[in-house]
Design a protein around this ligand. Structure first.
Ligand code: NAP
Length: 280
């Protein structure tokens, strides 16, 4: 029997997830369907109750509900607890189980680019919001050599380290310090929205001090190549945009819901097609 999966967020209009997930269902001949719903913050509790009442098989959660949704679930796994946010929920016989596939999705996309072993890497995360938490906690659990956080509001970076980064010796940097000492890192990850459409002229961090071979990773995928990545490429950096993370977090959610592995190349192609009309 066909099952329904949904995405809840606000605003929701721009999401590529329905096209991507439905293409993967069709490809595996699964009679399921994925739909997105715009849920205002005040309606979140009622929306989760509705999902329960209707027996919806699973759902994704996006901005701004990833933290607040946790109080309405029956169980949250360890990684999502440490990240402090849920983006994927499984409905198991009426029990809602929350997890977070953002961090693992990011890790998979990074490993694909860098080619495996990350434990000797020194990493700087720029930003300390929801996406940064997923990325930083997962890289810490993986066990990178160094994991520092640079953020406009340093208190938020300190809180991220206290809550979620337990293994790597971590420091908080100002954005000015990060620009000055960028050469000390093997991997720089932009988790802020700086450079995202329509503000495509902005960059999160000057790259004057980076050395060729540095990995520059931007979570943004609209545009696919931010100005920051373009500048990095011109300086000999290896660059990674956010589409790989987007596809991998969706594929991991798909696996949790169906127990099957979707065709990630198809998901990627579908997401890129969906993005075409929207790229500036
Ligand atoms: P968020 O929770 O609002 O966090 C935003 C972060 O960016 C904060 O650290 C904030 O600093 C910083 N920031 C924002 N504007 C800034 C500015 N003008 N100057 C300096 N710092 C600024 O957002 P989020 O949910 O983490 O999302 C961040 C980005 O990641 C978005 O572009 C989103 O599209 C992308 N993302 C991509 C994927 C993917 O699958 N590829 C998944 C999730 C998110 P303060 O703490 O000082 O406010």
């Amino acid at each position: 029997m066909g099952k329904l999966f949904v995405l809840i967020g606000h605003p929701i209009g721009h999401s590529l997830s329905p096209e991507m997930q439905n293409a993967a269902f069709r490809d595996l001949n699964l009679p399921h369907h994925y739909e997105s719903f715009d849920v205002k913050p005040d309606d979140l509790e009622k929306a989760v109750a509705g999902i329960r009442a209707m027996g919806i098989a699973g759902f994704n959660v996006t901005v701004p509900h990833k933290v607040n949704v946790m109080q309405y679930l029956d169980e949250i796994d360890q990684e999502a607890k440490r990240i402090g946010a849920v983006n994927t929920v499984m409905n198991q016989d009426g029990r809602l189980l929350g997890t977070n596939t953002d961090g693992q999705g990011y890790l998979q996309s990074l490993e694909e680019k860098v080619g495996g072993e990350l434990s000797e890497k020194r990493v700087l995360v720029i930003g300390a919001g929801g996406a940064a938490r997923g990325v930083a906690v997962t890289l810490d659990l993986y066990g990178v050599k160094q994991l520092d956080i640079a953020n406009r509001t340093s208190e938020r970076a300190t809180a991220l380290i206290q809550d979620g980064v337990h293994h790597a010796a971590s420091q908080v940097l100002t954005l000015e310090q990060a620009a000055q000492f960028a050469y000390r890192y093997d991997i720089l990850i932009n988790t802020t929205p700086i450079g995202m459409s329509p503000n495509t002229d902005a960059i999160p961090l000057p790259l004057d001090s980076i050395t060729p071979g540095t990995v520059l990773s931007d979570l943004i995928y609209n545009p696919l190549q931010t100005k920051w990545l373009l500048k990095g490429e011109q300086k000999g950096a290896l660059t990674l945009n956010g589409i790989g993370m987007f596809v991998a977090q969706g594929a991991l959610a798909f696996e949790r819901w169906t127990g099957k592995s979707p065709d990630r190349d198809l998901m990627r192609q579908t997401a890129l097609e969906g993005l075409k009309g929207r790229e500036l």
